[in-house]
Design a protein. Structure first.
Length: 437
């Protein structure tokens, strides 16, 4: 079937990465509209073919995934690679991982034959690692890593390197370094807007980006959990208002109230307040924002501007430095085949979800532990495989991270709380929802 798949892809070759993407659709339609008459007809045919092919792939995505699963790595060297990069949404996570493994092999071919040797002290692991690795040539940076901890007699047969990755990733979030800040619920991180107090902060962010890329290249996991918005930025997904919920649930709920209610009496303007080391500063969302009142007509624009300011604009230099380091090691097109949930699992690995511990630390509202719905819930979760349990954890908590002390230490918007199951008194056909998603 391989020749048949290649023939289909070649026949329906197109210039769109994803014809279903709204921005690309609008851009394509604008080009068609502005084109000369003799070109317009050709472009319309090309677009229709591309869109037809995408719909065909969507309807038959299971068959395509099954076929790609059976292909050897050598198949990725032909048109199949073009297919994967152009239509990543069609592929399941396992096929994306297979393709990523293929690209890992290619990237390692360009690395130095000599290993990258790094000696660090545990107490200064971040600065030691930075000094040893930040400026080495990329070919050496991609080489096999050999780590030693000063004062400790151990041969690195893989275990020391794994320990180094975990210890280094934990240190990245140390408040004393001042590079990242916790989200409101305390379970995830994103760059601190005030990290500029450290003169080398952008160099540090680039280094962290390279470390994330190095871990992905080496097949190692990091103990780092970012906000959903940050994962989206890494893979190139557009941000939405819902992404603010992971950053600050209380503010998110306030904006939802503003969206659905009359704001005439609020007397709000196109500004927001930022904390600069204890000093509150008023910043404008638009030109002359201090004098631009939020009304029922422009409140949607205010919400969008505020979300972008908090999730991207205030930290864009840090994010760009981190992305620069990451994409030096792993090319951006390869990273971009994953979505925000998948890249989290690729960086941090599948969590070990102890269903018994989760159940023991659950409280019910409108249900009891013996309710039929609750019994079904636990039966389903227990039957989940590792990836499905990780997906469930992402859905209900916003991250795949399992608290170090178990689910008794599950952080919430108002501090540590138990996992909660609430009965919704609505139509029976309604699907489950989560306050963190």
């Amino acid at each position: 079937l391989m020749p048949a798949i290649e023939a289909i892809i070649m026949t329906y070759d197109c210039y769109l990465k994803d014809p279903a993407d709204t921005k690309l659709l609008l851009k394509q339609m604008k080009l068609i509209k502005e084109a000369k008459h003799e070109v317009k007809e050709t472009m319309e045919k090309m677009y229709r073919r591309a869109y037809t092919f995408y719909i065909f792939l969507e309807k038959n995505h299971r068959v395509f995934n099954e076929l790609i699963e059976q292909m050897p790595f050598e198949a990725f060297q032909n048109m199949v690679e073009s297919f994967i990069l152009r239509f990543p949404k069609i592929l399941n996570f396992e096929n994306k991982r297979r393709y990523f493994s293929y690209r890992q092999q290619l990237l390692r071919k360009h690395s130095s034959r000599e290993p990258l040797r790094v000696g660090v002290t545990r107490e200064t692991i971040f600065t030691d690692s930075y000094e040893k690795m930040a400026t080495v040539p990329l070919s050496l940076f991609k080489a096999r890593l050999v780590v030693s901890f000063r004062g400790e007699a151990a041969v690195d047969a893989g275990g020391v390197t794994r320990e180094w990755y975990i210890a280094l990733s934990r240190t990245m979030f140390n408040p004393n370094i001042g590079l990242f800040k916790k989200s409101a619920h305390g379970n995830t991180y994103q760059p601190d807007p005030n990290s500029g107090i450290e003169a080398n902060h952008l160099k540090y962010f680039k280094f962290i980006g390279r470390i994330i890329g190095k871990a992905l290249l080496d097949g190692q996991y990091l103990e780092c959990y970012f906000t959903r918005a940050m994962y989206k930025i890494l893979v190139g997904q557009p941000l939405t208002v819902q992404d603010l919920q992971d950053y600050d649930a209380e503010l998110y709920n306030s904006l939802l109230w503003m969206r659905d209610n009359d704001v005439t009496e609020l007397d709000s303007t196109f500004t927001y307040t930022a904390d600069y080391f204890g000093k509150l500063e008023v910043r404008e969302l638009v030109a002359n924002g201090r004098n631009e009142k939020v009304t029922n007509e422009n409140k949607q624009l205010f919400i969008v501007k505020l979300c972008r300011a908090l999730l991207y604009d205030a930290i864009h230099t840090q994010l760009e430095a981190l992305q620069e380091g990451l994409y030096e090691v792993i090319p951006r097109p390869v990273i971009s085949i994953f979505d925000s949930k998948e890249i989290e699992l690729l960086i941090s690995g599948l969590p070990d979800v102890d269903v018994s511990d989760l159940r023991k630390n659950t409280e019910y509202h409108g249900y009891s532990e013996n309710s039929q719905i609750v019994r079904w819930l636990w039966e389903v979760i227990k039957a989940f495989n590792g990836k499905e349990r990780a997906g469930f954890l992402q859905f209900v908590t916003g991250t795949s991270k399992v608290p170090l002390d178990g689910f008794k230490s599950l952080p919430g918007s108002s501090g540590v709380q138990k996992f909660q199951v609430h009965k919704v008194y609505a139509e029976h056909e309604r699907l489950p929802t989560a306050h963190t998603w």
